[in-house]
Design a protein around this ligand. Structure first.
Ligand SMILES: *[C@@H]1O[C@H](CO)[C@@H](O)[C@H](O)[C@H]1NC(C)=O
Length: 571
């Protein structure tokens, strides 16, 4: 009798448990999560309320942080758009894909060039697509378009795993809006200045190109050729109409979420904010306490709020991992008489285009996933934008073999099941040059950073390279540091007090460990690197404009079309 009661009780328990458990996880247990990755351009870590800014209003970004996990030592793999985004998309340092630069031009310069993310590369979008995800990119790409023919689109997002693309195959930059000067001509002039007698031929060629460019600038050719909006593989607007651009991108991102609410999706929303030229939306102008830059910042925050609102209103929040970051630090040198135009990097030294100094690479990193990630948690361990690739793979249950990755799955850190980052060492590149190495010794709170060289600031005494507008990584533009310049970031996050052998007991040990780590890292670069070398995609022949590769609607070379307002996605 007793036995019978025990049996009955036991089975009741089991039943109750099964019922209760399946109530909790039941129908959604096998559901793959959605991913919304939001990347802002040139945004500084000091620009955001929840990262310590008390005069700028970013309530929507702050809300993501308070409902999720905030990373305080989140690092981009490069201090400039093109290489940082390559590393983000592939989970590997950009030079493995051939996107490390050796000279002055460190980003892709023409939409009609042939360099870009090689077709042989694998992006997280490609991996998720193989797992059955619907994948979309809305916004900026800046990873190239075609290799040999105008429409081979070998570098295009559609061929890199994004089943839908709406946005800028290039970037948002000053040439796009008349009266804001030219980023491209400035870069070309820098190039001309650096050429030696040995490259006389190339010099003459470039001069010719420059003269042609100067001649055609009044007709807005650079603007036409580079300020292009595409829907998938078709050019839908050229040049881009400025005023409606931010809203069109937002509407497209929202429409993508609506369209795919029933199935696992990946949305990479790559904003054109905060890159210059700044927008002049009357709804936000004059509202912030930090001029036009602040107004744009608050507009950007509003856009993020709209996306979050869409996710929540469709009851997708518990199934959606939202991520917020910037591709690198704010651009210190970008200011004029009207005030600040680049980002603010808070207490961190340096900015955009400085791969060694913290201000160029330490960016916001926020993950929100209600029900899965603890709200309000902070992680101070070193993490990388390259970690997204393995994290997404893990969550999409992709266990297929892969190439060597430089990132690590972040879920254990985000959920709090581990407390140490797997990044014991991190390598901070400036182009193909190893600029600094970060070491987080096991069992210690310290984070050391050794600078192999430092950029020469100009004018003297400034923090920034105001004479060249951005800092360079090579030749006379840098000062080699032997022995490396060493800082303890935990106690000196602003990198203002270099360590000395007298004051730091671990001084020699740190340098030895760093040396050893560099040796091991370089060893991996023998094999796991672009077959034509770490700068193959950034060579002159691939960077320079080729008329036959120019994406164009209408008749070349004038090219021109406007997006039909009726075709704008609505819901
Ligand atoms: C807040 O951000 C603005 C805009 O970038 C900047 O000018 C200001 O110095 C920042 N304030 C703090 C306290 O970081």
């Amino acid at each position: 009798m007793l036995l019978l009661i025990q049996y009955v009780a036991f089975y009741m328990c089991v039943c109750v448990c099964v019922c209760v458990c399946s109530d909790v996880t039941g129908p959604d247990k096998d559901r793959l999560p959605n991913f919304i990755l939001i990347m802002v351009d040139d945004l500084g870590i000091g620009d955001i309320g929840c990262y310590g800014n008390d005069t700028i209003r970013t309530p929507h970004i702050d809300r993501l942080a308070s409902e999720g996990v905030k990373l305080t030592q989140h690092l981009s793999a490069a201090p400039l758009c093109t290489p940082s985004r390559t590393a983000f998309l592939t989970g590997r340092y950009a030079l493995r894909s051939g996107l490390g630069s050796e000279g002055r031009v460190q980003v892709l310069l023409f939409l009609g060039g042939s360099g870009g993310l090689p077709p042989s590369e694998t992006t997280f979008a490609k991996r998720l697509q193989q797992q059955g995800y619907t994948t979309g990119l809305v916004g900026k790409w800046h990873q190239g378009v075609s290799c040999e023919q105008r429409e081979d689109h070998c570098h295009h997002p559609n061929l890199h795993g994004f089943s839908s693309f709406y946005g800028l195959p290039f970037t948002w930059f000053n040439d796009c809006v008349p009266g804001h000067g030219s980023d491209i001509l400035a870069d070309l002039q820098k190039v001309l200045r650096s050429l030696t007698l040995f490259s006389l031929l190339l010099y003459l060629l470039l001069l010719l190109l420059l003269l042609t460019s100067v001649w055609v600038v009044p007709f807005g050719m650079l603007r036409r050729w580079n300020c292009v909006l595409m829907r998938d593989r078709e050019v839908v607007e050229q040049p881009i109409r400025v005023d409606t651009l931010p809203l069109r991108l937002l509407r497209e991102a929202q429409a993508f979420i609506h369209r795919n609410k029933e199935r696992p999706f990946l949305l990479f929303f790559s904003l054109v904010h905060m890159h210059t030229p700044l927008f002049k939306n009357p709804q936000f102008m004059g509202k912030s306490r930090h001029g036009l830059y602040g107004d744009n910042l608050e507009e950007m925050d509003w856009i993020i709020g709209q996306v979050t609102e869409t996710v929540d209103s469709l009851s997708l929040s518990n199934h959606t991992l939202m991520y917020f970051t910037s591709d690198h630090g704010g651009h210190l040198e970008d200011k004029d008489a009207t005030g600040q135009k680049g980002g603010w990097n808070g207490i961190y030294k340096g900015g955009k285009a400085m791969g060694g100094w913290e201000g160029g690479i330490r960016v916001p990193g926020i993950f929100r996933w209600p029900g899965r990630l603890p709200p309000g948690r902070q992680v101070h361990e070193p993490t990388s934008l390259m970690d997204l690739y393995p994290t997404l793979k893990y969550l999409a249950r992709d266990t297929q073999p892969d190439r060597l990755l430089d990132g690590h799955n972040l879920m254990p850190l985000l959920e709090g099941t581990v407390h140490r980052s797997e990044h014991e060492f991190m390598f901070h590149y400036c182009g193909v040059y190893l600029n600094a190495v970060r070491w987080h010794p096991p069992g210690s709170d310290s984070v050391y950073k050794a600078h192999m060289f430092t950029p020469n600031f100009s004018p003297e005494g400034a923090v920034g390279c105001y004479h060249t507008h951005v800092c360079m990584c090579h030749g006379d533009y840098v000062t080699p540091q032997t022995p490396p310049l060493l800082y303890d970031l935990t106690h000196d996050p602003s990198e203002s007090r270099p360590l000395t052998p007298q004051a730091e007991p671990r001084y020699y040990e740190v340098l030895e460990q760093v040396d050893e780590a560099v040796r091991r890292h370089r060893h991996t670069l023998k094999e796991h690197v672009h077959p034509e070398g770490p700068s193959a995609q950034m060579s002159w022949s691939r960077i320079l404009w080729r008329p036959w590769l120019q994406p164009c609607c209408g008749t070349f070379p004038l090219c021109g079309c406007e997006e039909d307002a009726h075709n704008m996605t609505t819901f």
